[in-house]
Write a protein that binds this ligand. Structure first.
Ligand SMILES: Nc1nc(=O)c2c([nH]1)NC[C@@H]1CN(c3ccc(C(=O)N[C@@H](CCC(=O)O)C(=O)O)cc3)CN21
Ligand SMILES: CC(C)C(=O)C(=O)O
Ligand SMILES: [Mg+2]
Length: 271
């Protein structure tokens, strides 16, 4: 393992200080060593090893199929690359909903086998006992409210959440519960910006938004989406910072063409 003594890793306490002084927190996903190295060196605060790996790495339609072993494989690769960023790992579907002992066992496996720094779980009061038990073991926990993709079949759509008053009230009380339990932050996914502002103002801990507007304490996106690698995925909340699909498609077409035409390799590219 390479440890750069010059670089100090971001801590959960620093994320709290960032919210306190009004500095926004920048978070992105990564699932492998090479990508995580680029993300870390570009100065991201938090790397999320999201269960969205199920979609973008494995090609599944939902996040449900990815396993704890697979999440640990992705997380361990990311941890080897991350020198400055805090690495947070999603507990996958089925690894924590059963009971709080199973939740703790899953969180411990992630910490022990990947070397990550924190875990993230989807849900509010329903999983309070599990979150409490994981926190008691000294493992930092990030919450996740609003659109919770592991419950997609309960809702049936990926539409914006908590537009109705009852659901908004539930989300607000869930957010307070997560803070009370000791979570160091909470992801707010696809909820109205006004509600996200209310939650962010009422909480001391930072909120990280995805499709939750400009008032959150920070933002998160899936790296493949923001780099334009996830061809055709363009929800309203996504800003695309590059079109790597076009860049890579062009490069590969050039290679195919050069091989076919016998241009590659040339005299200088052989022994
Ligand atoms: N590649 C990727 N990016 C993500 O942001 C992401 C994942 N995967 N997997 C896990 C969850 C699922 N999320 C999603 C999934 C779908 C939409 C989506 O399709 N939104 C469309 C249509 C929604 C609808 O109205 O039905 C949109 O226009 O926002 C948004 C977020 C966010 N997460
Ligand atoms: C979209 C983010 C918040 C996530 O949970 C994931 O990438 O799995
Ligand atoms: Mg996730």
């Amino acid at each position: 393992m390479s440890v750069n003594k010059e670089v100090k890793r971001i801590t959960t306490h620093q994320l709290q200080e960032m919210k306190n002084r009004g500095e926004k927190i920048a978070m992105l996903t990564a699932y492998d060593y090479s990508m995580a190295k680029i993300v870390d060196e570009a100065g991201i605060d938090v790397i999320l090893v999201g269960d969205s790996a199920s979609n973008v790495m494995a090609g599944h339609e939902t996040t449900l199929p990815i396993t704890l072993d697979q999440m640990i494989y992705h997380a361990s690769s990311v941890v080897r690359a991350a020198e400055r960023s805090l690495v947070v790992v999603d507990l996958p579907f089925g690894s924590y909903q059963g009971n709080s002992k199973e939740a703790l066992a899953s969180a411990i496996r992630i910490m022990k086998e990947s070397g990550a720094h924190a875990v993230k779980l989807e849900g509010g009061v329903e999983i309070a006992e599990s979150i409490g038990r994981i926190l008691t073991a000294g493992i930092p926990v990030m919450g996740h409210l609003g659109l919770t993709p592991q419950s997609i079949y309960k809702f049936g759509t990926y539409t914006v959440r908590a537009k109705e008053e009852a659901e908004a009230q539930k989300l607000k009380s869930d957010a307070l519960k997560l803070q009370e339990l000791g979570c160091f932050g909470v992801v707010l996914e696809k909820i109205p910006a006004t509600l996200a502002k209310e939650v962010t103002d009422s909480l001391q801990i930072p909120t990280i938004g995805i499709g939750a507007g400009q008032h959150c304490s920070g933002q998160v996106l899936v790296i493949h989406d923001m780099l334009g690698l996830n061809h055709g995925f363009k929800p309203r909340f996504l800003r695309q910072y590059a079109n790597l699909y076009e860049v890579m498609n062009g490069a590969i077409k050039g290679y195919v063409s050069d091989v076919k035409s016998n241009d590659f390799p040339n005299n200088k590219e052989q022994y």
